[in-house]
Design a protein. Structure first.
Length: 282
């Protein structure tokens, strides 16, 4: 049975891009007679706000989407994320890091999908982590060597060879949070029994890392479906921080949510919006 999910972060109002992502996941599950889950990814400290979580639920109902089972809260799994990190540490694949973003940017000699590649400053230094004021990073070369060659399958692009090395030593847990996006979403998708991960093309590269973490943690491997993004005229994807029109604003203006969802399903995006692949920053 197919199981999909929509997993918004409650750090701002949803916009048309989120609506499209939710519709793709919902319709993919319903077409296959499966389950569509809703997970609120609320571990981003003070940026995660309950009013945005409540707004996301209202937006989905306005679009005419329903989900199966109770709403899942990522924050309820903080302990599980910590356990996953401990397993990677026990394998000798994670190390403590005290570097700041400014220090990394100044020392980096190359860029990856997430920005400046970490130059490995703290790798092998045995940084004291007893005060807790450290991030934890994956020793990417050691992890990839342990996992061996890996592939993953995208429903639109076929079989893909995993190349997580392009990300360098990713953060597994931040100084201010128990789990990074990469670790938390990989663990949560397995815990929720997700069989098909639907998400935008802007996260296509991240799947290389998630496939590696699945192998290391002995988690089930889903298939992926990376869909096109809704972008603005300059090619940038819609973004909360740039003030892209929100679904809440549309609801407040009396727009028919089900009709809007039908337009998105039919590829009718409205004035100034286009389909893109996430190649430009948003």
């Amino acid at each position: 049975m197919i199981v999909t999910r929509f997993a918004p972060s409650p750090n701002g109002p949803l916009h048309a891009g989120h609506a499209h992502a939710a519709i793709v996941a919902h319709d993919r599950a319903r077409a296959g007679g499966g389950r569509f889950l809703l997970r609120i990814e609320d571990i981003d400290g003070a940026r995660s706000r309950e009013e945005f979580a409540a707004g996301a639920l209202a937006d989905l109902r306005w679009l005419g989407l329903d989900w199966d089972g109770p709403v899942i809260r990522q924050s309820a799994r903080i302990g599980a994320h910590a356990d996953a990190l401990d397993r990677l540490r026990a394998m000798g694949l994670a190390y403590a890091c005290r570097c700041t973003r400014a220090e990394i940017a100044a020392a980096a000699s190359a860029h990856g999908p997430d920005g400046p590649l970490y130059p490995g400053t703290c790798r092998g230094r045995g940084v004291d982590a007893r005060d807790g004021a450290v991030a934890w990073r994956l020793d990417m070369n050691a992890a990839a060597a342990r996992a061996g060659p890996l592939t993953w399958h995208d429903e639109r692009r076929g079989e893909i060879r995993a190349t997580p090395e392009i990300f360098g030593d990713i953060v597994l847990a931040r100084k201010d949070a128990p789990g990074s996006y990469h670790l938390a979403v990989t663990w949560d998708d397995a815990a929720d029994g997700i069989t098909c991960v639907t998400r935008g093309m802007d996260l296509f590269a991240a799947t290389h890392v998630h496939r590696l973490l699945q192998q290391l943690l002995r988690l089930p491997v889903p298939v992926w479906h990376h869909h096109a993004l809704i972008v603005e005229g300059d090619g940038r994807k819609l973004a909360k921080r740039r003030g892209s029109p929100s679904l809440a604003d549309m609801r407040g203006a009396g727009v028919d949510g089900r009709a809007f969802a039908a337009d998105l399903r039919g590829g009718r995006l409205g004035k100034g919006l286009y389909w893109g692949d996430g190649g430009s920053e948003g």
